[in-house]
Design a protein. Structure first.
Length: 272
């Protein structure tokens, strides 16, 4: 299994980084749309759609995504998507996790799925279009990766109090604290090294921001874990050998990227 995971990662990493750094903006957008379309297929499995419902859901997302990428008028969606994503991840999902809601109503499942996937597409394309956007986006994505690695080792070493035993028994509060320490050191290093985006934000704002994004990434991970547990899936799919599915790999990012996009671009708009 470890060998399979490594081989899959080695195959995918050059593709992702190549598209991020060397493809034109439209090429990166197309790659992101394709990857998220695979996530749309996996979401349709969570919602237990019939084949025709699955096709309609996926085509609906592809249509929304293509409109965002290639129709200039669609850019007016951004503030609406930002607000909806913030409300969903900061208010709705914590309540969802507490009350263990399920994806029972198929029309509501479609609206939620479209929102989550479109908000991620909006976020990754907006950051990519910034000055030094490829580096800024990579450093932003790495918040979730640093948090995940730090949480793993901290949880292994000190984990005693379970974070959400009925959803993800392996996660602990000590792992969360380790993640916060890890991303703090990571953000400080990038800030003082003059990294794109991170160097432009004052530390008094940067540290609370990365702490909030770390918490949101944990919420995103728990949310996908709950959906999988409710439908009896170990992984969202088997598309990525050794890694599960696309949503398994981007569950934290589905929350982190839209929230970061909403906060940072919203702040820029406010200050303009």
């Amino acid at each position: 299994m470890l060998k399979t995971r490594i081989l899959t990662a080695l195959a995918l990493l050059p593709l992702v980084l190549g598209c991020l750094f060397f493809a034109p903006a439209w090429g990166w957008g197309l790659f992101a749309l394709f990857a998220l379309s695979l996530g749309a297929w996996e979401w349709s499995r969570f919602a237990s759609y019939r084949r025709d419902e699955m096709v309609c859901f996926i085509l609906g997302f592809v249509g929304l995504g293509a409109a965002w990428l290639y129709l200039p008028l669609a850019r007016v969606w951004a503030p609406i998507v930002d607000v909806l994503a913030l409300v969903f991840w900061l208010l709705v999902v914590p309540m969802w996790l507490r009350r263990k809601w399920t994806l029972k109503r198929k029309w509501l499942s479609a609206l939620i799925g479209w929102l989550l996937l479109l908000a991620s597409l909006v976020g990754v394309t907006r950051f990519r279009e910034m000055q030094d956007g490829a580096w800024a986006l990579l450093f932003l994505l790495a918040i979730a990766w640093v948090a995940d690695v730090a949480a793993y080792f901290s949880g292994r070493a000190f984990g005693k109090r379970k974070l959400a035993p009925s959803i993800s028994p392996g996660k602990s509060w000590e792992g969360v604290y380790g993640a916060l320490v890890g991303v703090t050191l990571y953000a400080l290093a990038l800030h003082f090294a003059g990294a794109p985006l991170f160097a432009k934000i004052h530390l008094a704002a940067l540290l609370p921001l990365v702490w909030a994004l770390t918490a949101v990434s944990v919420v995103g991970d728990l949310f996908e874990s709950l959906l999988k547990r409710q439908v009896g899936f170990k992984d969202s799919s088997n598309l990525l050998p050794g890694h599960g599915g696309v949503l398994d790999r981007i569950d934290s990012l589905l929350a982190l990227i839209p929230v970061a996009s909403a906060l940072l671009f919203g702040y820029a708009l406010w200050m303009a």
